[in-house]
Design a protein around this ligand. Sequence first.
Ligand code: Z5A
Length: 213
Amino acid sequence: MKGKFITIEGVEGVGKSTNIANVEAFLTAQGIEFIRTREPGGTVIAEKIRELLLDPEIESMGELTELLLVFAARAEHLEKVIQPALNRGVWVLCDRFTDATFAYQGGGRGLSLTSIEALQDLVQGELRPDLTIILDLDPEVGLARARERGELDRFENEAQAFFLKVRAAYLSIAAANPERCLVIDAGQSLEEVKQTLEANLLSKLSYLGISGE
Ligand code: Z5A
C-alpha cells in the first residue's frame, strides 16, 4: 500500500518547525514509518535552489523565475525523495508544498492560479497531499517571532501587505478543501497549539480513513 502524504503550511514564524516535531512524535506513537522533508529543498539540487530563493542579497528576482524555480525544486524532490518513499509505503511529512506556491506566488505575488495549476499538473501528475495542516496566525505576530529569531530571508523582507495576502490565500485553500485541510489557530500558546493539533490529528486521520495499520 502506498504511504500517505502530509504537508504543513502557514505564514512565516507561524511555528511550522516547532509543530512538525509534534506531528513526528504523534506519527511515531502511532507506529507509522515516515520521513520528514521540506520545500523548497529535500535533495542536493533542490537545496541549492532553496538557497537562491531565500538569499536576501538577491534584491530582485522575476516573479516567473521564482515560480519556475519553486517547481524545478519540486520536480527534483518528487522524483528523488517523495515518490520513492510513498511507493515503498512510507509516509511523507513535508514542511510546505504546492499550497505554499498558491499562497506565496499566487496570493502574495498575484501570479495566475491557472498557470500554477498547469505547472502542478505537469510536475505532480495526480499526486496531491492526503492531509494538509495549516497553522493560521496574524502575520504581524508571525513576523515579530521570525525577527526575534534573527536575520530575515528574502521572503521575510516583504511588506506586511504581502503576508496578509498569503494568509488569505491559505484560508481560501482551506475553505475550498475542507476534507484535506486542518486549520489550527497558531496564535495560542505553544502548549495549546500542540494539544489542539494532537486532538484534531487523530480524528482527521480516522475521518479520512487513513491510519498506519
Ligand atoms: N515558498 C514559496 O514562496 N513557495 C513555495 O512553493 C514554497 C516556499 C514551498 C521558505 O520557507 C520560504 O519559501 C517561505 C515561503 C517560500 N517563506 N519564507 N520565509 P520556510 O518554511 O523554510 O520558512 P519559514 O516560513 O520562515 O519557516 P520557519 O523559518 O521554519 O518558521 P516556522 O517554522 O513557521 O516557525 P518556527 O521556527 O517554528 O517558530 C518561529 C519562532 O516562534 C520560534 O522562536 C518559536 O519558538 C516561536 N513560536 C512558534 N510557535 C509559537 C507559539 N505558539 N507561541 C509563541 N512562540 C512561538
